[in-house]
Design a protein around this ligand. Sequence first.
Ligand code: PHE
Ligand code: ZN
Length: 881
Amino acid sequence: MRKETGQAIHLADYRPTPFVLERVDLTFELDPTETKVESRLIFHRREGTDPEAALVLDGDELTLSGLLLDQSELPPERYTVAPDRLEIRGLPAETPFEITVTTFINPSANTQLMGLYRTNGIYCTQCEAEGFRRITYFPDRPDVLAPYTVNIIADKAANPLLLSNGNFLGGAGFGPDKHFAAWFDPHPKPSYLFALVAGDLGVVEDTYTTLSGREVALKIYVEHGKEPRAAYAMDALKRSMQWDEEVFGREYDLDIFMIVAVSDFNMGAMENKGLNVFNDKYVLADPETATDADYANIEAIIAHEYFHNWTGNRITCRDWFQLCLKEGLTVYRDHEFSADQRSRAVKRIAEVRHLKQEQFAEDAGPLAHPVRPTAYREINNFYTATVYEKGSEVTRMIATILGRDGFKKGMDLYFERHDGDAATVEDFVKCFEDANGADLSQFSLWYHQAGTPVVTVAEAYDAPTRTYTLTLDQAIPATPGQPSKKPMHIPLALGLLGASGEELAPASVSGADFADGVLHLKESRQVVTFAGIGERPVLSINRSFSAPVNLSFPQAEADRAHLARHDGDLFSRWQAITDLALKDMLDGVRHLTEGRNAAASPALIEALIATARDGALEPAFRAQALALPSEADIARALGENSDPDANHAARRAVLHAVAEAGRADFEAIHAAMGLHEPYSPDASSAGRRALGNAALSYLALAEGDPARAARAFAEADNMTVQFHALSVLAHHFPDAAETRAALAAFEARFRDNALVMDKWFSVQATIPGEATLGRIEALMEHPLYNARNPNRVRSLIGAFSFQNATGFNRRDGAGYRLLAAQILDHDPRNPQLAARLLTAMRSWRMLEPTRGAEAEKALRSIQSTPALSRDVKDIVDRMLG
Ligand code: PHE
Ligand code: ZN
């Protein structure tokens, strides 16, 4: 049975529960189809609440098989029960009381992967956001915190491992074939952080000694035989623990920290207290099977989940509207960690690419919502790029505005004031205000107003008075439910460059606060004058992407070229190249529709090739520059009437022109970039491989021949180089014999490795052009395709819908129909997966009319299907709303 389409939940309706939960004592008797859960809950009535108020517990698809009050049977007139709710009346007004609830659940039949389910013979739970109510009736909301004792009883042979949160209390045999284990988590936590894992797994063990000298046991559990592939994750975990001590002063607080890798998981990973559960894709890596990007993701996600121990677990969210309180902040923390472990500028470029691709797209379409929403119908649909990535950007802006020390003071106060609390965004912001004597009231609009601000820049230089004037306007587009907006506080890092690239320091600045290179835009229009500027400067604005805004600034080509060469801010050098390229691509789209050719400007070619050759720059940076804007970047810049085929053709023409012009350089780079040196996952080795791989892509375009990529594929001794070569073959030469051979060889070699086979499916799903749809249909019949495994579904259907603009957006609408059929197929089993796949169409309103009409038809066909899950219904209604 599926959840019904519900009514919206509103932030304004928040009320604390009438009962306070003191303690939780759970006993699980695990069975593949009939697990018994006995839950003993001690409550007392909250002071000052109605002495008559009933206790209401949440459920989801539950049947009650026992209910006791202080160990005695409750008469039926004292309670009302339904699969989603248990209400108990006539409870003591003053004294604490104990409720014992017994339920039986079937983990094998749980295909939603929420609550207790089975994956590869393992018992595993997922409770965020509202999965605990699928295990037992419970006040399943994040502001109900309690210490938990968990007893697990299971068949010993099949489940040598019995894990839950907190510290291990003890275990023993239990009857002839069973055993039991008890865990106690002393830190009060909400139910969404509960976890239980049982089964037979291999383990990698290590220890970490904390700042204050306590030894913590570290364990990463993986399938037997995969232990060596968890070594990098363990290394990343130890570095995360140390970094959080050094940078945020946060120490780990239990005797043991465990990570379990599972192969069926709806999301990336989950920060359950002391027992993180991970999608195995973000744990397992070795050079032969994982790419540099996989290693970087593992490092980031291990860190992210670990950092949640303080930002999320010790201080949790009062309600789900506050999700960004833990997610935005924790993404910011993992970004800073990666920046410290790797190259800050390169990391920032990658973040901004991701932010624009995901969050800017979301913010510009029908699913736009504030970082801190005020209403939702299905909370699972709010684990979004806006909450996570924009939430992180908002935190970053606080750091920019208050400076490093001011930010640290605010964070320290937050930890001090709210440890053990279920807090709100307002609580968080107040700590920064109080610690700094600052007023962040206007700034807080970033949490409440959706939409990406557009900052329009106009400049004028007056030589006689040596003044440079900037006129800055801000406008925030209308978004669903928010037709008009107030001006925001936008911190713009900027610099003025002289003719030889030096920074020009103004004698004074008027018209805006300007300090430490940051201009604070607060009004809808500000005219800012820089005095004492002796030559016409070149403006470098929004350095390091200090604010998540779109700039409307038709900067002269020569100025962009100047920045590309000289800007002291590496991010801005990348931005300048990207701006040159995007302009060429947008011109190209126009020219192609007028029957003319698309091309690359000499300015772009020169800037890009100079950057590619510049041995003083990090290879990883050079690779980022060579990546150029994506087709999605072009579509977003157009904003409307987007024709994915034209975007693709224009982009390709620009890449082709660069490839021709830089052919000799790309050959030299490809040969020099150590593609054969022994593999190490560190950032600088990865950077050399990225640059070599980028060169190979350009060479494929210049040469029009698969030979070089086929050679690279055959000779590669690591997955980063091998998989890139395979992508070049598949994407540039899909029908070549070399490509067929490489795909077959890859499949033969890796058919037993699910994570590598995911790549094999994805690389084919992302081949540009309308023929790919036929491939998708054929691949869905492949013996290794598995509609029950979320990673596999995402690798084929997700990759096609999200990452293949030309293939998915076929003019005849067949791509949309395929996705719609997939949504309806998955929805009854796994609504979360279905709803997330559907967001691939979030930008449908930007399409040209023919495709737009086809997209709308497909969406309406979904919308009119009876018995949709609440998840899919919510998304489709908003998309069409
Ligand atoms: N809280 C997890 C994270 O960001 C994400 C998640 C949400 C996982 C919901 C599972 C379910 O770290
Ligand atoms: Zn998180």
